[in-house]
Design a binder for this molecule. Structure first.
Ligand SMILES: [Zn+2]
Length: 293
């Protein structure tokens, strides 16, 4: 008798508990739905009436930022451990830049344009967002939620363009059968990429000069090692030391022996200088035994 009683009490409690839980659940669902509907309705009102919101949409249209990736990645898979050890991460980046000069130029231009535009954009955006006109005030009086919603919706419209060129450079080596895995990486920012890009561009100009130089097939002349040619040009600022012309002025630059080889001049930095083709020809015509003209 007693056991039946206690079991029916238990059943009763379970039923009542379930009903309470169900009711609480329904209340929560309804409350959430109601809240969502309210938010949706308020959002609609702000989008329709807010002058700021419409103005900001218009500002966004005036600033089309270049689409860029957060980060670019260069990876080199080394075939041997020795290659992995020998490969310098800086060098991987430099050769990638040299191979893709035009692409890097475009990327850098886009990043710099984005940087400049972003500054102007933010100024316009903030003026629009924080200046309150009488028209705005009327809206704020009419709807108490208006300014809070407006600010949130406007912030959502704020463009966040990529204003840094970030390149991650990796080198990797998997030993046979994948027993060992070596990996190293570095991340470069815009400033570093620009420095590397400038260097690579100078190299490419130099390669061009070297390939088209009439010294190329001149076997009588003491050949100047390419790295020394580059060092001399760099030392002289990639300009003719006599007239100051550079490749941008349409001249070809040569490395000249101050004291000619035929007169016993040596191929050493102290006896070398950068000359443009015009000055170099002038020198040849006048012929100065010591080359100081
Ligand atoms: Zn010159």
């Amino acid at each position: 008798m007693q056991s039946i009683n206690s079991s029916s009490i238990t059943t009763f409690c379970v039923i009542v508990g379930t009903i309470i839980l169900l009711v609480v659940f329904i209340i929560i669902v309804l409350y959430r739905e109601g809240k969502q509907k309210l938010i949706a309705k308020r959002t609609e009102i702000v989008k329709e009436y807010s002058k700021k919101y419409q103005k900001i949409k218009q500002i966004n249209g005036q600033y089309p930022f270049s689409p860029l990736q957060q980060q670019y990645r260069i990876a080199k898979n080394c075939k041997t451990k020795q290659e992995f050890d020998k490969t310098d991460i800086d060098t991987i980046l430099c050769s990638d830049i040299s191979d893709n000069l035009a692409e890097y130029k475009q990327l850098l231009n886009s990043v710099i344009r984005n940087q400049n535009q972003y500054e102007l954009y933010n100024k316009d955006f903030n003026i629009c967002l924080y200046e309150i006109t009488d028209e705005d005030k009327e809206l704020y009086l009419k709807w108490d939620f208006f300014d809070e919603y407006e600010e949130k919706l406007c912030e959502e419209l704020r463009q966040k363009p990529i204003t840094e060129l970030i390149v991650k450079v990796e080198k990797e080596y998997y030993s046979p059968k994948g027993r060992n895995h070596y990996r190293a990486c570095s991340v470069f920012d815009t400033k570093e990429i620009i420095a590397h890009y400038k260097e690579a561009r100078l190299h490419s100009e130099f390669d061009y000069i070297f390939k088209t130089s009439y010294y190329k097939n001149d076997n009588r002349r003491d050949p100047i090692p390419p790295s020394m040619r580059y060092d001399i040009m760099k030392r002289d600022g990639f300009r003719c030391v006599l007239c100051g012309a550079s490749a941008q002025d349409g001249v070809k630059l040569h490395i000249d022996h101050i004291l000619p080889v035929s007169k016993g001049g040596v191929t050493e930095p102290s006896n070398l200088r950068t000359l443009c083709d015009k000055c170099n020809l002038g020198k040849g015509a006048k012929y100065d035994p010591y080359g100081f003209n």
